[in-house]
Design a protein around this ligand. Structure first.
Ligand SMILES: *Cc1c(COP(=O)(O)O)cnc(C)c1O
Length: 215
């Protein structure tokens, strides 16, 4: 079995004492791996691909909380809208609008995070600070914006990563002064989660440390 139970236990202890939620990122991994962690009590799982998520959600236990953490195309929102627990990476108003539309059809509020672009790489997605602070997200009544999400640069320099997470935390704190509903700051992955927690993360998305490296 590919699941690293020792890492899972260790991470669980670290996160529990810091009151941080673990999203186990199971993209590309088989159902058996998900079930191995499920049986140890894990309920929050993260996926990046719509079709893969739909397939897994239909065959795995209904009490799993599915997080969609990847870049989401507007034309695919409808496939996950009725069961997704939290969409992490809303990176445009167009996407927010579409999620809202699907929420309206289902007569519910779909929980989302807004993604901020904090990395130096241009390839990463997300809003900048000005865009975030001016986004009229409260107009979208069938989405519930619960917080922010970000990905740090792919770098060995801890200082750079630290500064990026710090910036995200500051923007989050600023936005919280105007919106008491914000309560999720999703930052940190296998390689940088301790730094993210130091900088105030309360939700980490960890894949390879739990499930082994992906192909
Ligand atoms: C794949 C992925 C992760 C997990 O990455 P690991 O380095 O395997 O922990 C976290 N967040 C996002 C957005 C991802 O796409």
């Amino acid at each position: 079995m590919a699941v690293n139970v020792e890492h899972f236990r260790k991470i669980q202890i670290e996160l529990t004492s810091a009151q941080v939620t673990l999203v186990a990122v199971s993209k590309t991994k088989p159902n058996e791996d998900i079930m191995a962690l499920y049986e140890l009590g894990q309920r929050d799982f993260g996926e990046n691909y719509v079709q893969e998520l739909v397939d897994k959600a239909s065959s795995l236990p209904k009490d799993i909380r599915w997080h969609f953490i990847g870049h989401l195309q507007t034309n695919k929102v409808k496939f996950i809208a009725d069961f997704v627990y939290l969409i992490h990476a809303v990176d445009s108003e167009k996407l927010l609008k579409e999620i809202d539309k699907q929420g309206k059809k289902l007569n519910k509020k779909i929980p989302v995070l807004l993604q901020m672009h904090i990395a130096t790489e241009e390839t990463k997605f997300g809003f900048d600070q000005i865009e975030l602070e001016n986004l009229p997200y409260k107009n979208y009544e069938n989405t519930a914006v619960e917080g922010l999400m970000g990905m740090a640069s792919f770098s060995d320099e801890e200082e750079i990563i630290m500064q990026e997470f710090k910036m995200l935390h500051q923007v989050y704190d600023n936005m919280k002064t105007k919106d008491g509903n914000l309560n999720v700051l999703s930052m940190g992955m296998s390689g940088d989660y301790p730094t993210a927690i130091q900088q105030g993360s309360n939700m980490v998305r960890i894949g390879s440390l739990l499930f082994g490296v992906r192909n």
